[in-house]
Design a protein around this ligand. Sequence first.
Ligand code: ME8
Length: 506
Amino acid sequence: MTVGRIYLTTPIYYVNAAPHVGHAYTTVNADAIARWHRLMGDEVMFLTGTDHHGLKIQRAAEAAGESPQVWSDRNSQAFEDANVLLNISNDDFIRTSEPRHYESVAWLLQRVKDNGFIRKGTYEGLYCVGCEAYYEPSDLIEVNGEPNCCPIHKRPVEFVVEDNYFFELSAFEDKLLAWLDANPDAVTPVSKRNEVLGFIKSGLRDFSISRSSISWGIPLPWDPEHVTYVWFDALTNYATAVGLGRDQERFDHWWPTVHHMVGKDILRFHCVYWPAMLMAAGLLPPQQINVHGFLLIGGEKLSKTGFAQIYPQDLADEFGVDAVRYHLLREVPLGADGEFSHEGVVARYNSDLANNYGNLVARTATVVEKKCGGVGPAPRADSPLAAVAAEVLADVSAAWLEPLPAKALEATWRLIRETNAYLEQNAPWKADPGPEVDAVMGDALEALRIVTVLTAPAMPTICQDVWERLGLPGQVLDQRVPAAAMWGGYPGGLTVTKGTPLFPRK
Ligand code: ME8
């Protein structure tokens, strides 16, 4: 079920604060999906990065007494560090302050202008600096008696009047609807697709793409007094990284396969503005946009400006990197909002990792050591676990491609649970060494091998460790599914090592 080639992206994050688990949620999910595709043998390009322009960044730099370039490039490092910490396998990291991006943005703007979709006008509007977006009065809410607050940042918006260039989004209503109609999977999940359809059908307004009042941004090629404002700049990063306007061959290679993963806060920009901008330039809209919900703390969106903050490093110190990755993938399935809590991490760690996967590894290795002389027996072709493993492989493969990592892991854990139950039923630890015990342990080792291949995109380091404990050679991530996850791959005769507990109980 290989897709052949896929170009995966995360949003580029604003550099005005340190990365928190909200960012890690998106990046780890995209990373695991990228790793699954590599495991399938697909050609993968995986991009993440940081967003450097805009008023928010300019103001933060000014407050620190630094140039926005220096300030934003330094802060971007925190995101690269978080990627290293979380073992993110990105092939590129883009900063919108880079020369390659200036070149690609200028190319796109000029192309859209030449095609007649950019015009000059005056803009009056209510602007949220936090979102870097204009709001309609009807979108605004009252917060603690303060009217006209942004529904996301809960702070008053600003009234702005200026000469701007506009992108003629209104010209794309029919084309966007036709695109969504022809591509039912272009926006997932379906609830978010419906939101996009509703937004387009309610009527699209042209949006401002430039500002003359600030300097920190990319100058318009035909009017350098203006800088490109935020979304035309930020969204283009995805095209920059594969050579838009600079390397046509590379762009043509990757662009038709692009899949964006984004939070629901930036759904409109990715599912409406961006496809229209691409169409205006005569380019293909994204192949797929996967929109997820928010991690919440006590019902509130976890954000860098609010009080509710949890940093990946603190969790990694306590639970280990792979357990943090597992939690981010498993606890809140992509799509809906979900609570993130310390108690939740402990509970899932204990149930799924310590009591299930960790326990299966420990008890299997212990019995092989005690009853099979430390050498793993081969599995039986007609093991009752073989049928379960086949079903699990089909479910897991389908779920990763939806893409729903939480569902894929849930399906994988079925094989873990059924193998633990099979061991309990047969209780090889009570039996005398012999063919019966060997048969049961061969089956358990094989199930464990399959589970370990299927879990490797989620927990690459732990799974490599288990792979080696099972005596298997090479790298688990160099295996190729589906072949490597089919029953019968464990050869028997390998030395099995018990090692220290993988997931000590919390
Ligand atoms: O919007 N739960 O950057 P940003 C889940 N630069 N995901 C969360 C989250 C939470 N509580 N908090 C943040 C921007 N995220 C722009 C994007 S893209 C061309 C430009 C994740 O730093 C989620 O992916 O505000 C969300 O969409 C993104 O971080 C917003 O990051």
